[in-house]
Design a protein around this ligand. Structure first.
Ligand SMILES: NC(=O)c1cnc(OC2CCCC2)nc1N
Length: 328
């Protein structure tokens, strides 16, 4: 095979492997057996060995970096990553809804987007012309740490978007419950300290200086906000999440548009009940005003947006928590 044929085949394999990876890790609906994916990956590795100039940082073979980092450099968030104010009961939620509605002329309808509050680590992902170029932790909301090498190992984070646009997105990296229990079982057998919960396990994994360790931790992600966006102009948060889906980014499908606070209450009651059946941990529900123009009107305090609030589930009884761990 000459260089031109190899170049053409490498491009085909990038597209195939990115598509199969997306189906498997983002949609959870693989269209081919793992053996076919592995065969194409092996073919790409061989071609990159035979033609090194065809190996690019965006190749699916390059998810797991080589070197162990000395440390993490700092990253400034051009748009601060805000934190959420908390609500602990129905009264807090109705107060929030009243404050929102009173900020507008009488009887304007406010639609909310309700999302599961993933209990993980908030991160920012930057894509330039469709390529994943930088990932960072939230840090203090203004300055975070560059953990690009570790985030590249998260299989549900695409190295290449379906559109060649420049966009910054935010989301939560988490460790599924099953992976958490398996990791702690392994650490127990090795006489190592156990992680207290999946959130700590995810945070500890992303703090590893060696990407090969992060790569073994089965981390996953749900994106839930857009920062800088040179792509499509959007009117609502719900459209924003659908846009992220269209780019090949992973969003949580349990989100729901709620017309008014009573529907929000129904959604919360449903998930308070169904929460133990989820394959990942959530610590509450995030409620956001859907229309971006209404979000802008509401603005933010020094720390948190006035157009969103986190309803926190009451801390579970330790007994049920331990039982849950045993039963899973
Ligand atoms: N842990 C979560 O699942 C989560 C956290 N934060 C947000 O939204 C913040 C981001 C921008 C202002 C509100 N949404 C979420 N789903």
């Amino acid at each position: 095979m000459n260089f031109d044929e190899a170049e053409k085949r490498v491009k085909e394999l990038h597209e195939l492997l990115n598509r199969y990876g997306y189906e498997y890790y983002v949609l959870d609906q693989p269209s081919v057996p793992d053996s076919e994916y592995d065969r194409f990956m092996q073919e790409l590795i061989s071609l990159e060995e035979a033609f090194p100039e065809l190996k690019t940082p965006y190749s699916p073979t390059q998810r797991i970096g080589g070197e162990v980092l000395e440390g993490f450099s700092k990253v400034e968030h051009s748009i601060p990553m805000q934190s959420l104010a908390n609500a602990f009961n129905e009264g807090d939620l109705r107060d929030f809804d009243r404050r929102v509605r009173q900020s507008f002329e009488e009887n304007v309808d406010v639609t909310y987007v309700c999302e599961l509050k993933i209990d993980g680590l908030a991160v920012s992902l930057k894509y330039e012309k469709g390529k994943f170029v930088q990932g960072s932790t939230r840090g203090d909301g203004f300055i975070g740490e560059d953990i690009t090498a570790n985030l590249r190992t998260v299989k549900s984070i695409p190295l290449q978007l379906k559109e060649d646009i420049t966009i910054e997105v935010r989301g939560e990296v988490f460790m599924p419950k099953k992976s958490f229990f398996a990791l702690n079982k392994q650490r127990e057998e090795m006489g190592e300290d156990l992680f207290a919960n999946p959130r700590n396990a995810a945070a500890g994994s992303l703090r590893q200086l060696d990407p090969k360790i992060a790569a073994k931790r089965n981390l996953d992600i749900y994106l839930y906000a857009i920062g800088e966006n040179e792509g499509k102009t959007l009117q609502t948060h719900s459209d924003g999440l659908d846009y992220l889906d269209s780019l090949g980014l992973k969003t949580n499908k349990e989100r729901r548009l709620c017309k008014g606070i009573d529907e929000v209450m129904d959604y919360i009651a449903y998930w308070q009940e169904k929460r133990p059946d989820l394959p990942y941990e959530i610590d509450g529900i995030v409620i956001k005003v859907n229309r971006y123009d209404q979000q802008t009107r509401l603005g933010a305090t020094a720390k948190s947006p006035r157009w969103a609030i986190a309803y926190k589930f009451p801390a579970e009884e330790v007994v049920t928590k331990l039982l849950e761990i045993e039963l899973n």
